[in-house]
Write a protein that binds this ligand. Structure first.
Ligand code: M6R
Length: 602
């Protein structure tokens, strides 16, 4: 959480920093700040404030200088305030930090600086530490300082007496770097600086980058030069704004048909799933005796659907774990277990820790990741990239869909390799999967109706969702979407489970969304709908055309397709439903309260 940025070159730093911070705001939006070296004062001048980057921008009109660093914060240690905003300055040293310094209190005591630090953060002490270690050699000071840190960090550092360079160092938390004729750039995410140069590299962990206006030099902690591994942006930079949509979330929902087509295009050869472009050792699919899927939030919900698909089609037992619980619940995994870690950002600390735990148990690892070069991707033996493109809205939509498509592809590959699908079975599965983008487009053509139905949820305080089979994990995701962006308390239940307690909460006019796409479960779902209706619930049915006769008055229709594939169009409908509720309530859809897109704290 938190985003950092840095620039040094021939242009005004402020403009580049502010623009980049706006893009990085998805990482946290409690406060923002920049430090720019001002030659008239021979020092870095810090401007920072609680609130969004827009507010900061209005305060920095007069800031001048050609080098600087910036930060957007998601508060962990210390309240949301001007003082706790970054950058932090101590003596000669100014820093911005993304991560958590676990031993900040003991460092403060050892250095004897407690009374001099102004903020309540875990970060400010790092500026003090580097300042104390500084003997006219910035790289030495940085190396000896970060060796004393416990925790995670991406740091951008400036020294008042060395105005021609900025420095960066990282452990776990990301830093990417790029350069053009106008200067050199660093950021937490390439999306903040890609417009300046599409070729970039991820700063290797535990190395220090010295960034001057014409070059970036990297050394490891033994001061050996390190050659970085270059990457190129693989999405259309021109398409990275809101492109006329009021919010990124709507744009990202609407991108889903193309994202699915793109994934299928990249991962199919002769109509057979093929992960060789990602260098996946495909024997893992044939050899594993069990699978553990580990992820958080939306990514975990994709895993719950993956579980049903794999168990049904491949006969391999699958357990889905919340990554935050995984290492504490003594999971039964061994070298015969395939552990699949799912993460859009590739940075989620709980998923990362689970991955490391699984590696210690000798399990085979496959990660499904969207962000190339992210720490989870780097650490995994096998990675399937979802390539959904940058997802900016905090609420995940297209990344989730691309994770689902990846699970369909893994299922098909595994079933084929294990002889559960013959060639015909495989082609009919793939043919059905290829119909999904069109089905999603069809539901989007009905968006007026979805918008209209969203109106009935605007004043709701609570909502319930019920479904069976694959519909149930799809509703867990739908319910999370509604909660996080509309602030309506929502719970999804397996329909048969509701009457074991929770039905007590259904009273007159309680909204209940009933998803019905599984024909073989329709009659049971209809009974469950009647049960809540007879307690006064207002039921909105989302169902396929062939089940329309069972729908309630308020209903949204999904195109008919094989039951196994309907969850993707169904979730797309419910993403839009949540979106309309949030936007019609006048909420900040892309940046819901208290959240950040990248969760790097346990
Ligand atoms: O980056 P990750 O996929 O690892 O993030 C995991 C969750 O934090 C994430 O899926 C979260 O639940 C969504 N942003 C909610 O929409």
């Amino acid at each position: 959480m938190c985003g950092i940025i840095g620039y040094i070159g021939y242009d005004e730093a402020k403009n580049i920093l502010i623009k980049g911070l706006k893009t990085l705001e998805y990482r946290g939006y409690d406060s923002a700040g920049i430090a720019v070296y001002n030659p008239d004062y021979n020092q870095c001048l810090v401007s920072k404030c609680e609130g969004r980057v827009d507010k900061l921008e209005s305060k920095v009109a007069d800031v001048k200088g050609k080098s600087g660093i910036g930060h957007t914060r998601w508060a962990t240690h210390g309240e949301v305030s001007d003082t706790n905003s970054h950058p932090h300055k101590f003596g000669n040293v100014t820093i911005v930090h993304n991560g958590i310094i676990e031993n900040y209190e003991s460092l403060m005591n050892t250095l004897g600086v407690a009374s001099k630090l102004k903020s309540g953060t875990d970060s400010e002490v790092v500026a003090a530490l580097i300042d104390k270690c500084y003997e006219k050699n910035p790289v030495d000071a940085i190396i000896s300082s970060v060796k004393k840190l416990r925790g995670t960090y991406a740091l951008a550092i400036m020294f008042d007496d060395e105005p021609d360079a900025i420095y960066a160092v990282r452990n776990v938390s990301p830093v990417v770097c790029c350069q053009n004729d106008s200067g050199c750039y660093i950021a937490s995410d390439i999306i903040a600086i890609a417009e300046y140069c599409p070729d970039y590299f991820v700063l290797p962990e535990l190395t220090v980058a010295k960034i001057t206006k014409d070059k970036i030099e990297i050394v490891d902690f033994a001061k050996n030069f390190v050659e970085p591994e270059m990457s190129a942006v693989n999405w259309d930079i021109k398409n990275s704004g809101k492109c006329g949509y009021p919010f990124y979330m709507e744009k990202e929902i609407m991108e889903q048909p193309d994202v699915i087509r793109n994934t299928l295009h990249k991962k199919l050869r002769d109509n057979i799933p093929d992960f060789s472009s990602d260098n996946v050792d495909e024997s893992i699919f044939a050899e594993c005796k069990s699978i553990s899927i580990v992820a958080c939030g939306t990514a975990m919900h994709s895993g719950l659907i993956g579980k049903q698909l794999i168990e049904k089609n491949c006969g391999v037992p699958v357990t889905v774990y919340m990554a935050s619980e995984f290492i504490y619940c003594e999971p039964i995994i061994s070298r015969d277990t395939l552990v699949i870690c799912v993460s859009q950002s590739g940075e989620t600390i709980d998923t990362l820790e689970a991955l490391k735990y699984a590696q210690r148990q000798d399990a085979k690892i496959l990660s499904i990741v969207n962000v190339r070069g992210s720490v989870i991707a780097k650490l995994s033996e096998n990675v399937i990239y979802t390539d959904a493109g940058p997802e900016i809205a905090v609420a995940s939509t297209k990344a989730y869909t691309s994770q689902l498509v990846t699970f369909y592809l893994i299922t098909a590959k595994m079933a084929y390799m294990r002889g559960c699908f013959n060639s015909e079975g495989l082609s009919s599965f793939m043919d059905e999967l290829k119909k999904v983008p069109k089905a999603v487009e069809e539901v989007f053509s009905n968006k007026e109706k979805i918008h209209h139905i969203a109106g009935s949820l605007l004043t709701a305080e609570h909502a319930f969702m019920i479904g069976r089979g694959l519909d149930y994990p799809a509703l867990l995701e739908a319910s999370l979407k509604l909660k996080e962006i509309s602030y309506i308390h929502s719970e999804a239940f397996a329909s048969g489970e509701l009457k074991h307690g929770t039905i007590a909460l259904i009273t007159k006019n309680t909204p209940v969304i009933a998803l019905m796409t599984q024909k073989y479960l329709a009659s049971k779902q209809v009974s469950n709908i009647k049960e809540v209706q007879s307690r006064g619930a207002q039921v909105i049915t989302i169902c396929t055309t062939s089940l329309k006769s069972f729908a309630t008055n308020d209903f949204i229709e999904l195109p008919d397709m094989d039951d196994e594939f309907t969850v993707i169009p169904a979730v797309s409908v419910m993403q839009l439903l949540a979106y309309y509720v949030s936007s019609d309530k006048g909420l900040d859809v892309d940046k819901p309260r208290n959240l950040a897109k990248v969760v790097t704290v346990e």
